[in-house]
Design a protein around this ligand. Structure first.
Ligand code: ATP
Length: 420
């Protein structure tokens, strides 16, 4: 028996159903009739790639087999039968590797999460690292399929997603699920699972709105998602798949200075609030952070981030923060932020006779406004300011979370991050 790693990407359509995770589950079932599927990976790639359908997912199956040729034929046949070829944006790709991925391939995978890759580069890397690729239509899917093949060696932090699917006749229909049971699942298994529900809003997050095959997806540790699933009740399910995934790991974030960030990348940047938050049309909140070199980075908490914007609005000029998120249009879309230190005092005019003094003229200090009082002061005084925000991490609500973004419930336990 030997190992064959299969990568699959870009088979689905935003409007006509299908989902590459579903197709991978179907393919895994076919392969299981003659070989052993040892591992299933759901790999999230660069979230800023503009031609993605939804979450820029690519899939990998690790197969132990004596019949690698049959594995290939099974995959190609399933893609040809199921991919949504008549969607202009669907350009499937598959990749096959005999044996384990090389370091160079793993490096390519990490870059595909953080950078933009061309099809030429994907094909070159594949060629140099023993990966056979096949693309359909414009062939773009080989970029993600190649990255999926290198994923098992690319990351050292993994979470799990358990997905339950419905049959094709149900796609586009209302999902018949018992909504309350998702709250039970959450209550019984959080923090081993996360993003099942939004407790504050009382909403279920695990059930997507898209018309496709996914009924729900549970995210967490391996044991957590199984335990949570035991609580969920739904009317009909066709199949279940559990994937090891780089979701919720911050694999996309690169530590950078404000002057280094570029459109299309995702970063963790420390700086000082240089422009206080301002709410603009549509409810989006903007502020600016200044790095050591004096470069300013515009940051945004967009309307869908909901109550996270209330936190952002409480920032003041001079506060020290770490902001995490992807950059487009020279703006970092904040996924989470650490308040490192807060401005606790401000310089204000002194008070006299119950009111703030007024300026006595340029360079002449301040005088009391009461005509019967002749008190004066030379300088401003320091006064403490009430802050409604604390020195700790804050994050967007579960409904606004990006797939790769590490929820705080994980971050607190991660040795790679300074705790709150
Ligand atoms: P879903 O999550 O619903 O399966 P999707 O959001 O994954 O859909 P795809 O339809 O797979 O979107 O489209 C993403 C496309 O972008 C694929 O063709 C993939 O090869 C390509 N791609 C992935 N990562 C990169 C990258 N870093 N640079 C350039 N192209 C990429």
């Amino acid at each position: 028996m030997e190992r064959t790693v299969v990568g699959i990407d870009d088979t689905d359509s935003a409007t006509r159903g299908m989902c590459t995770t579903y197709l991978a589950a179907v393919i895994a079932e076919h392969i299981s009739s003659f070989a052993t599927v040892e591992d299933r990976l759901l790999v999230r790639l660069n979230p800023e790639v503009e031609h993605k359908t939804r979450g820029n997912a690519a899939l990998a199956l690790h197969v132990e087999t004596d019949e690698p040729k049959r594995v290939k034929e099974t995959v190609v046949e399933a893609v040809e039968e199921n991919a949504v070829f008549d969607d202009e944006k669907t350009n499937p790709g598959v990749a096959f590797l005999r044996g384990e991925p090389s370091d160079a391939l793993a490096q390519y995978t990490r870059e595909a999460v953080r950078e933009y890759k061309t099809q030429e580069e994907a094909r070159r890397i594949a060629d140099e690292n023993g990966v056979l690729v096949r693309g359909w239509k414009n062939g773009r899917g080989v970029i993600g399929a190649t990255a999926a093949v290198g994923a098992s060696r690319a990351f050292d932090d993994w979470t799990y997603e358990l997905l339950v699917y419905r049959g094709e006749e149900e796609w586009g229909e209302q999902r018949r699920v018992s909504w309350d049971t998702f709250f039970d699942a959450h209550n019984e298994t959080f923090p081993r699972t996360w993003d099942t529900v939004d407790e504050e809003k009382g909403e279920v997050v695990a059930v997507p709105a898209a018309p496709g095959p996914v009924v729900y997806g549970l995210r967490g540790t391996f044991g957590g998602v199984w335990d949570a699933n035991a609580h969920v009740e739904i009317e009909e399910a066709e199949r279940l798949a559990i994937y090891r995934t780089n979701q919720g790991t911050d694999a996309h974030l690169v530590d950078a200075r404000a002057c280094e960030v570029e459109d299309g990348g995702s970063y963790r940047v420390e700086g000082t609030v240089a422009e206080a938050p301002e709410t603009r049309e549509g409810g989006h909140v903007f502020f600016a952070v200044e790095g050591e070199t004096g470069a300013c980075l515009r940051c945004a908490a967009f309307e869908p981030t909901g109550r996270f914007r209330d936190t952002v609005r409480r920032l003041r000029e001079g506060d020290r923060v770490v902001v995490c998120g992807s950059v487009s249009d020279r703006t970092l879309k904040v996924e989470k932020m650490r308040v490192v230190s807060l401005v606790r005092t401000e310089r204000v005019k002194p008070t006299c006779c119950g009111r703030r003094m007024e300026s006595a003229g340029r360079g002449q200090g301040y005088r009391c406004r009461n005509p019967d009082c002749d008190k004066t002061a030379e300088t401003l005084v320091e006064e403490s300011v009430e802050r409604e925000i604390e020195e700790r991490w804050y994050e967007v609500p579960p409904s606004a979370r990006r797939h790769l973004s590490m929820p705080l419930v994980r971050l607190r336990r991660s040795p790679r991050h300074e705790t709150v």
